[in-house]
Design a protein around this ligand. Structure first.
Ligand code: C2E
Ligand code: MG
Ligand code: MG
Length: 753
C-alpha cells in the first residue's frame, strides 16, 4: 500500500541528489565513447577497403608488367625458333633492345636444350653464368623438361642467382618436344620488378612485402614506421608463382587519413554532458533555494497571521468594555459616525438611544461595587440579547448604556425597540441570589431630524434623556426639535401611555348589548378611553395601534381585565349584578404566556365568576400562530370565560376555524349593519352569518345599530344580541348604572316589544 508514495518519495529524493548530475555526465561520456568507437571503426573499415583496393591495383599492375615480360621473352623465343641459325650478334642486339626497354632484367640468356647457358646479354657481370647448367637440381630439371615438352613457360621461383643475390628466372621454351631448341630465360630481381612500376605514391605511404609460403621474399620501404593492424594482403595472380602482396600503411599516412570526427564527436557529446549536468545542478540549486525561500515565506506568512490575530485581539479588546463585554463608548462613537455616513447615502434614519438606569447609584452605594458590577453585567446581558445586525448595544460608563439602531424606515421601528427595551426591565434582575427591580429612562435622538453628526446626535439624545428624567422615571423621551408635528404627537402619545398606566389615566366606558329575545340588557362591552391630562378624552383607535406596536398593549390589556373585574365586583350587590362584561383583547396579547393566568388571578382577586367575563378577539387570531392561539382560547374556555369574535366578516375569509375554536359569540361587523336595510348584499351576508352561527350553535351579535329599521331587521332574522348608538353609546359605569336602573332603554324601545 505504501509502496507508491515511497517510490515517489525515492524518485523525488534522487531528483534532488547531487549524484544525479554526475550520473548524467557519466552517461553522456559512455555515449560519447561508444560513438567515437563506432566512427573509428567505420573509418578503419574504409581505410581497410582503400588499402585493399590499393593492393589489388598494385598486384594487377605487377601482373601486367610480368605478363609484358613473359610476352617479350616469348617473342624472342619465337624469333630464335624461326631462325635457328640466328647469329649471336643479332640475338645480342635483340636482347639488348629488350633489356633497354625493360630495365628490370639482370640478364637475358639463351639456354640450349641441355639446359646449359650459352649466351648471356649483357656479358658484363654475367660471364660466370656461361656454361652453367640451370637444371641444377632434380626439381629444376623436371620442371625444365616438362616446359620443353609442353612448350609452356616455367618460372624458377626465387633462387640464388649465379650472378649473386636472389632473383627470378622465367624460362620460355624455344619450340616444344622434339623441336625444342632450348630456352630464352629472363633473369631479374624482384625489387627491380617492383621498382620498375611507377608507384612512388604507394611506396611513400606503404610497406610493400612480397611473400611466398615461407615468408617475405622482397620488401620495399621496410624501414618506415608502419601500422600493422591496417595491413592488407592480396594474392599475386602470376603464372607458376604462388605469391602474396602485402601492403602495410605507414604511420604517417594513417595519421593523415584519420579524421578528427571521432575526437570531435566525443568531445562535443562530453561537453554537452557537462553542460546538461551543470544545468541540472543549477536547477537543483535554484529549486533548493526556492524551497528554502518558500519555507521562509511560509514562516513569514505565519508570523504575519499571528501578528494580525494579535492585532485583531487588541482591536477587540480596545473596542470592548472589559466588565460588560459590550462595545465601549469609543468604538460606539466611531461606529456611529460610519453608520451615519452610510445612512446618509441610503436615505435611511438612525436612532441613538441613551439609557440611564434608575436606582442603580443607590444600590451601588449601599450594596457595594461588587454588587454594582454584577448588576451591570446582568443588565448588559439582557440588553445584548436585543443586538443584531441592525442594533448595536454599548456600555458608556457609570449606569449609562447606548444603543444605535440603523436601517430605520419609520419611527415605529424605534418605538418597537423602545418597547423591547422596557420589557428588558420588566423582570427583576437576579444578583447575588436576590432579585432587584430596576427601571430605565431613555433619551432618543433620530438622524437626520435630531442631528446630522454623531456628536450632535449624542448631545441631543442626552438632552432627551434629561427631559425624560424630569417627566418621570421609567419612561423615554424623543428629541423632537426638527421633527414633524404628527411624528411628535405619536411619539409623545406612545411615551405617555406608560405614564398613563402609572397615573391611572385610562377609563372604561360600557356599551350595553340588548338581548333581542328578552329585550333585556344582559351584557355590556367595555371600551377603553384615555383621559389625557392635556388632550382630553382620547378614543382607543388613537393609541391602541401604537400600543400594539410598542408591545405596551399587554400592560393595557391587563389593566382592562383588572378594571372590568373590579367593575363586576362593584355591581355584584346591585341591580347590575346580572351583567356580563365583554373586554377587547388584541391578537398580540395572545402571545403572552401568562395571559390566562393573569385573567384567572383577576377573577379570583375580585371574586368574579368566570362566565361574567367575555373576551372579544378579531379574526386575525385565525391567521398566525394557530396552534398557540387555539391553546390559549381552549384554556380560557375551560375556565368558563365566554369567547366572542369581533368585527366578524371583514378580516378573514375562511370559516373552517369556527369549527375548531371554542367560540360562543359572533359579532357581525358594523360595516354590514350600517346599510343592512338598504343594500341587498349586506342583508344577505348578515342573514348568512346569523344562520351559519346558529347552525354551529354559536350566538350572534350585531354592532353599530343606529336605526330602528336595522334593529327590526335583525330581530326579524333572529339575531341574538344588538349593540349600537340606537340602544346606547358607550358610557361611563355610573351613567350605565343610572340608565339601566331608570330603565330608559325599555321605555324607548317599547314599540319593539
Ligand atoms: P370594537 O370592539 O368593534 O368596538 C365597537 C366600536 O364601535 C366602539 O368604538 C364603539 O364606540 C363603536 N360603536 C358602537 N355602536 C356604534 C354605532 O351605533 N355607530 C358607530 N358609528 N359606532 C358605534 P370605540 O370605543 O372607539 O372602539 C374602537 C375599537 O377600539 C374597538 O372596536 C376595539 O377594537 C378597540 N378597543 C376599544 N377598547 C379596547 C380595549 O380595552 N382593548 C383593546 N385591545 N381594544 C379596544
Ligand atoms: Mg369589541
Ligand atoms: Mg367591533
Amino acid at each position: 500500500m505504501d509502496s507508491k508514495p515511497s517510490t515517489t518519495r525515492l524518485l523525488t529524493r534522487s531528483l534532488w541528489s547531487p549524484v544525479l548530475p554526475v550520473l548524467v555526465f557519466l552517461l553522456f561520456l559512455v555515449v560519447a565513447g561508444l560513438l567515437k568507437h563506432g566512427i573509428e571503426q567505420e573509418e578503419k573499415s574504409q581505410l581497410d577497403s582503400s588499402i585493399e583496393a590499393e593492393a589489388t591495383t598494385l598486384a594487377r599492375e605487377l601482373q601486367q608488367d610480368f605478363n609484358a615480360h613473359t610476352l617479350a621473352l616469348r617473342r624472342m623465343a619465337a624469333r630464335r625458333m624461326a631462325q635457328p641459325d640466328l647469329p649471336e650478334a643479332i640475338w645480342r642486339a635483340d636482347a639488348r633492345r629488350y633489356l633497354e626497354h625493360f630495365g628490370t632484367y639482370q640478364a637475358v640468356e639463351w639456354i640450349d636444350s641441355d639446359f646449359i647457358i650459352r649466351w648471356a646479354e649483357p656479358m658484363a657481370g654475367n660471364q660466370e653464368v656461361i656454361g652453367y647448367n640451370v637444371a641444377f637440381s632434380d626439381s629444376r630439371r623436371r620442371a625444365l623438361q616438362t616446359s620443353a615438352l609442353t612448350g609452356a613457360m616455367d618460372v624458377s621461383g626465387v633462387i640464388t642467382l649465379k650472378q649473386g643475390g636472389t632473383g627470378l628466372v622465367i624460362y620460355e621454351p624455344i619450340g616444344q618436344a622434339e623441336a625444342n631448341m632450348g630456352f630464352i630465360a629472363g633473369v631479374f630481381h624482384m625489387e627491380q620488378l617492383l621498382e620498375s612500376l611507377n608507384i612512388p605514391r604507394v611506396r611513400k605511404n606503404f610497406h610493400i612485402d612480397v611473400l611466398d609460403k615461407v615468408g617475405p621474399i622482397y620488401q620495399l620501404e621496410a624501414q618506415k614506421p608502419a601500422e600493422k593492424e591496417f595491413r592488407q594482403s592480396v594474392a599475386l595472380p602470376l603464372p607458376e608463382i604462388n605469391w602474396t602482396l602485402q601492403l602495410t600503411p605507414t604511420t604517417g599516412w594513417i595519421e593523415r587519413q584519420q579524421s578528427l570526427w571521432p575526437v570531435f564527436t566525443f568531445l562535443t557529446i562530453a561537453l554537452m554532458g557537462l553542460l546538461v549536468s551543470l544545468a541540472i545542478l543549477l536547477v537543483q540549486l535554484v529549486m533548493k533555494r526556492n524551497q528554502v525561500l518558500t519555507r521562509t515565506q511560509n514562516d513569514l506568512q505565519q508570523e504575519i497571521y499571528t501578528r494580525e490575530a494579535v492585532q485583531q485581539d487588541l482591536v477587540r479588546i480596545e473596542s470592548t468594555d472589559a466588565l460588560t463585554g459590550l462595545a465601549n463608548r469609543r468604538f460606539f462613537m466611531e461606529d456611529l459616525a460610519h453608520t451615519l455616513t452610510m445612512a446618509d447615502r441610503q436615505l435611511r434614519q438612525v436612532a441613538l438611544i441613551m439609557i440611564d438606569l434608575e436606582r442603580f447609584q443607590t444600590l451601588n452605594d449601599s450594596l457595594g461595587h461588587q454588587f454594582g458590577d454584577e448588576l451591570l453585567v446582568a443588565v448588559s446581558q439582557r440588553l445584548d440579547s436585543l443586538s443584531d445586525e441592525r442594533v448595536l448595544v454599548a456600555y458608556s460608563g457609570g449606569d449609562e448604556f447606548m444603543i444605535c439602531q440603523q436601517q430605520v424606515e419609520a419611527l415605529d421601528d424605534v418605538i418597537g425597540l423602545l418597547g423591547q427595551l422596557q420589557q428588558c426591565f420588566g423582570q427583576p434582575f437576579m444578583v447575588q441570589g436576590q432579585e432587584y427591580s430596576i427601571t430605565a429612562t431613555m433619551g432618543v435622538a433620530v438622524f437626520p431630524q435630531s442631528g446630522l453628526d454623531a456628536d450632535l446626535l449624542l448631545r441631543n439624545a442626552d438632552i432627551a434623556l434629561y427631559r425624560a428624567k424630569e417627566n418621570g422615571r421609567n419612561s423615554y423621551q424623543f428629541y423632537t426639535e426638527g421633527m414633524q408635528d404628527r411624528e411628535v404627537m405619536r411619539l409623545e402619545l406612545d411615551n405617555d401611555i406608560s405614564v398613563a398606566l402609572a397615573k391611572d389615566e385610562f377609563v372604561l366606558f360600557f356599551q350595553p348589548q340588548l338581548d333581542l329575545a328578552t329585550m333585556q340588557v344582559g351584557s355590556v362591552e367595555a371600551l377603553i378611553r384615555w383621559q389625557h391630562p392635556v388632550r382630553g378624552l382620547i378614543p382607543p383607535m388613537d393609541f391602541i395601534p401604537l400600543a400594539e406596536e410598542s408591545g405596551r398593549i399587554t400592560d393595557i390589556g391587563r389593566w382592562v381585565v383588572l378594571a372590568a373585574c373590579r367593575q363586576l365586583a362593584e355591581w355584584r350587590e346591585g341591580p347590575l349584578a346580572h351583567l356580563r362584561i365583554a373586554v377587547n383583547l388584541s391578537g398580540r396579547e395572545l402571545d403572552d404566556d401568562h395571559l390566562v393566568d393573569h385573567i384567572q388571578q383577576a377573577l379570583e382577586r375580585f371574586g368574579v365568576p368566570p362566565d361574567r367575563l367575555e373576551v372579544e378577539l378579531t379574526e386575525e387570531i385565525f391567521i398566525d400562530n394557530l396552534e398557540r392561539n387555539l391553546n390559549q382560547l381552549t384554556r380560557l374556555n375551560k375556565l368558563g370565560i365566554h369567547l366572542a369574535i369581533d368585527d366578524f366578516g371583514v378580516g378573514y375569509s375562511s370559516l373552517a376555524y369556527l369549527r375548531d375554536f371554542p367560540v360562543d359569540l359572533l359579532k357581525i361587523d358594523r360595516s354590514f349593519i350600517t346599510r343592512v336595510t338598504e343594500r341587498h348584499d349586506d342583508a344577505v351576508i348578515t342573514r348568512a352569518v346569523i344562520n351559519l352561527a346558529h347552525n354551529l350553535g354559536i350566538q350572534v351579535a350585531a354592532e353599530g345599530i343606529e336605526t330602528e329599521a336595522q334593529l327590526n331587521f335583525l330581530k326579524n332574522h333572529r339575531c341574538d344580541l344588538a349593540q349600537g348608538y340606537l340602544i346606547s353609546r358607550p358610557i361611563p359605569a355610573d351613567e350605565l348604572h343610572a340608565l339601566l336602573v331608570r330603565g330608559i332603554i325599555f321605555d324607548d324601545l317599547t314599540s319593539l316589544k
